[in-house]
Design a protein around this ligand. Structure first.
Ligand code: SF4
Ligand code: SF4
Length: 426
């Protein structure tokens, strides 16, 4: 009967050695994740997000599991192939561990008979998609490397190393399977449709005599790269894999074009407490969900690509603004007054048109415009406005329009403009 032979080709004791080998990597991972996740009140932010926990789980399903935002992008398919391939390979490894460590000692096998054969075909197909997605992502990032801003290169190199590591995992996975079939041929080998072809190719170059030692070396290197990737997750761009799904759960969930209100006047009046903070001067003044979201930024620049203020050559780059806030938070300077030091300059904050194009473009659910508005409100509270901005705000509050026109004159002006537009069309 077909059955999974998990540790059959490595020396006795390798299973225990592998578990011990994993311990320092697991500790590094756990420590890093603890540092990244603590102090944000994540659970509270998720529970208090609009719609509560049910909506948050819905957003997790649509954004993280179905990859809704990535799937709609023109170049989204490599990410989809990598994501689903990775998910299946991770689940397959877990099933193999359960089969070997739990089911086998209890006297039955999960991966046996027809179930095992279908498992082989499914996992190999997704592993193939995973490798193709990684090759496409690698090519795209290499081509793009020269075009990205200098400060974006570091994160691009991290992504290249990450893709290289995952590619190594995918390719060595196929190679291990083919060596297994070379060393211990089985009648059901054809179900491993890639492994069996690779095994035939290996037999052509005649490596049977070193196949067993090659298998052991490859097996350990495969484990080393896998463990290194796990340990690196909290410290590298790989963090977005954990931060983005959680971030999507804490999102305000308001329509894209609606800005966050600093307070609800009715609630304040009911409570009789008007001691409310309207704006923000430092990262610490942002709410917990916003601070957590900064960690998810991959410095990809998609927000810059769609930002009209960036395109017009103003001082605003939403990517750079988010990166500056992120750097302040991670360097322990969260309480530094960013307006007093002009780390956030009025020119960049006022350049934003609040169009929210950046919100729609961000693949990890960051809302750059929601960082700009609180700092802008604080500039107003500190009266750091030039003459034009003061006039603009006074006009808005007194006449309800930016030009300070009385209502009847405004309607007349609108009618004149409409008629001028009609005549120019004719
Ligand atoms: S909301 Fe502001 S930062 Fe975002 S794309 Fe529009 S102008 Fe740029
Ligand atoms: S805010 Fe989003 S779109 Fe902008 S650089 Fe960061 S991850 Fe990319």
């Amino acid at each position: 009967m077909p059955v999974r032979d998990t540790f059959g080709l490595v020396p006795p004791g390798s299973e225990l050695a592998l578990d011990l080998f994993f311990v320092p990597f697991a500790m590094l991972f756990a420590f890093g994740m603890w540092r990244r996740m603590r102090g944000f009140g994540l659970w509270r932010a998720i529970v208090n997000s609009p719609g509560g926990i049910r909506s948050a789980i819905g957003r997790l399903g649509s954004n993280a599991l179905l990859q809704h935002r990535v799937a709609l992008r023109p170049r989204g398919w490599p990410h989809l192939a990598i994501f689903f391939g990775f998910l299946v390979l991770l689940s397959a490894t877990t099933i193999v561990a359960i089969d070997w460590d739990i089911a086998r000692p209890l006297g039955f096998r999960v991966l046996a008979g027809a179930r095992y054969l279908y498992f082989e075909v499914f996992v190999e197909a997704l592993a193939l998609a995973f490798v193709i997605g990684l090759l496409a992502a690698l090519a795209w990032r290499l081509v793009r490397l020269r075009r990205v801003a200098r400060d974006q290169r570091r994160i691009q190199y991290q992504f290249l190393i990450l893709i290289g590591g995952l590619l190594y995992m995918g390719l060595t996975g196929f190679l291990l399977e083919s060596l297994r079939l070379t060393i211990r041929p089985v009648p059901w080998a054809d179900w491993s449709f890639i492994g069996v072809r690779l095994a035939s190719a290996l037999s052509l170059i005649g490596i049977e005599h070193i196949a067993k030692s090659f298998y052991v070396v490859l097996w350990w290197s495969h484990a080393f790269v896998a463990f290194s990737l796990i340990a690196s997750l909290p410290y590298t761009a790989f963090l977005h894999a954990a931060a983005a799904p959680l971030n999507s759960m804490t999102q305000p969930g308001i329509p894209q074009r609606e800005l966050n209100a600093p307070f609800d006047l009715r609630t304040l009046m009911d409570a009789g407490d008007f001691d409310v903070k309207v704006g923000a001067a430092s990262v610490a003044d942002l709410d917990a969900g916003q601070r957590f979201a900064l960690q998810a930024c991959t410095n990809c620049g998609r927000c810059d690509e769609v930002c009209p203020a960036t395109a017009m050559g103003t001082a605003l780059s939403p990517r750079w603004l988010v990166q500056k806030l992120r750097a302040k938070m991670l360097s322990g300077s969260a309480t530094q007054d960013l307006l007093a030091t002009d780390i956030l300059a009025p020119a960049e904050l006022w350049a934003c048109t609040t169009c929210a194009a950046c919100v729609q473009a961000c693949p990890v659910f960051i809302r750059p415009v929601d960082y700009i508005i609180p700092f802008r409100r604080e500039l107003v509270a500190r009266q750091r406005l030039d003459k034009r901005q003061t006039e603009f705000l006074a006009n808005l509050s007194l006449s309800g329009n930016a030009y300070g026109l009385p209502a009847e004159r405004r309607n007349q002006l609108a009618a004149e403009l409409r008629s001028a537009a009609r005549s120019s069309e004719e």
